[in-house]
Ligand binder design. Structure first.
Ligand code: PLP
Length: 397
């Protein structure tokens, strides 16, 4: 009799999604540390700051006031209103509270958006490099990614004509993430307008605009894609609290979209889970109502660290780097260095070698659809950052 093998019983859906390289690298770094190795990790995409105290206090108070029960699926009315007001004031977007859906993180908001719009075989255009989670979510929803590449030579930006050429009758979604994880690229209003002109000619096409790094932008204020003429009716704006307010563990994000879409997203969320955590939603009302001093303070610290990263990477031979205009990531191109060193042929091998031989953990760009670059997060203490950069410099010799 054959032995029972439960792994043969897993769904095709889960088998179609690969374990993210970030998770694999982070686990390898943890394993090495557990064995006593000194490892600097510049992997994680989360603020290394504590959530501001007034937000923590609001959560505690909400708990004491009994907000420990199920919340409405699409979110508590006060927060839906607060998000609508925020989008009006800061982004020039006019949404009613009924068009806002709170979710357990922006990641779930993206999941809701994809499951609400994608049928089996529908295509979604991703602009590489792109946040790795989009692909797994899309595949689980039955969709097919169509990946357009950009390189450091064009500042990691996609030309509108590339998008135009990729659109087919099956294209349902275009994913835009600006400021971009992992490249740090920020599309200007002018560049977004050119993309919008392409979109406008294709009535079957919706846009997901992931603006989660909105406040971590070092130049001109972000243009929300939905603010462009004619785009709000076909855009799902995604944002959240994780990066802006250092609230990654609280799990709260949101989507804003025309009401039929908002209702469909709430239906998806109500099917898979429930409303986001009730007392966290109350704390988020306080986060939005408060000033942006904490947010700006964090951004200025990231700006300072960015200068440290640019100074150090700028000196490395065989490494090309673009100054990120947003986010807390640098995405240096190491392909020239790889070409000169036999034995380390790919960015995955490069990252494995850096970790094993030099105690530095980075993420290979292949995890984001780019096989020439590596991602370095500067959401790390200055001491760790400087030590990590020194290790990189020593490794590249
Ligand atoms: N969107 C992008 C581009 C991200 O990089 C991340 C997190 O790394 C998220 C969304 C997820 O945010 P949340 O923590 O709110 O789920």
């Amino acid at each position: 009799m054959n032995a029972f093998d439960v792994s043969k019983l897993l769904s095709h859906r889960t088998a179609a999604v690969e374990e993210a390289a970030i998770i694999r690298m982070a686990q390898r770094a943890r394993d090495l540390r557990a064995r006593g190795r000194d490892v600097i990790s510049l992997i994680l995409g989360e603020p290394d700051f504590d959530t501001p105290m007034h937000i923590q206090a609001a959560a505690t108070e909400a708990m004491r006031n009994g907000y420990t029960h199920y919340a409405p699926v699409a979110g508590i009315p006060q927060l839906r209103e607060a998000v609508a007001r925020k989008l009006e004031k800061e982004n020039g977007l006019h949404y009613s509270p009924a068009e806002i859906v709170l979710a357990n993180g922006a990641k779930q908001a993206v999941t809701n958006a994809m499951f609400a719009t994608v049928d089996a075989g529908d295509e979604a255009i991703f602009l590489a490099p792109f946040w790795v989670a989009y692909e797994g979510i899309l595949r689980m929803a039955g969709g097919v990614p169509v990946i357009l590449g950009s390189e450091i030579s064009n500042h990691f930006k996609i030309e509108p004509r590339q998008i135009e050429a990729a659109i087919t009758p099956k294209t349902k979604l275009l994913l835009i993430n600006s400021p971009n994880n992992p490249s740090g690229a920020v599309y200007s209003r002018h560049e977004l307008e050119a993309i919008a002109r392409v979109i406008a000619a294709h009535p079957q096409l919706l846009v997901i605009s992931d603006e989660i790094y909105e406040y971590i932008s070092y130049g001109e204020p972000l243009t929300s894609f939905a603010a462009l003429p004619g785009m709000q009716e076909r855009t799902i704006t995604i944002n959240g609290f994780s990066k802006a307010f250092a609230m990654t563990g609280w799990r709260l994000g949101y989507a804003a979209a025309p009401e039929p879409l908002a209702r469909a997203m709430a239906k998806v969320q109500g099917t898979f889970t429930a409303g986001a955590n009730a007392f966290v939603q109350h704390a988020a009302v306080a986060a939005l109502a408060g000033g942006r001093e904490d947010v700006m303070k964090m951004r200025e610290i990231y700006r300072h660290r960015r200068a440290i990263v640019m100074e150090e990477l700028g000196h490395l031979r065989g490494v090309e780097v673009m100054e990120p205009q947003g986010t807390f990531y640098a995405f240096p191109d190491v392909s020239h260095w790889l070409a000169r060193h036999s034995g380390i042929g790919t960015v995955e091998q490069f990252c494995d070698w850096l970790l094993d031989e030099h105690g530095l953990a980075l993420v290979p760009g292949s995890a984001f659809g780019n096989d020439r670059c590596v991602r370095l997060s500067f959401a790390a203490s200055e001491v760790d950052l400087k030590t990590g950069l020194a290790r990189l410099a020593a490794a590249l010799g």
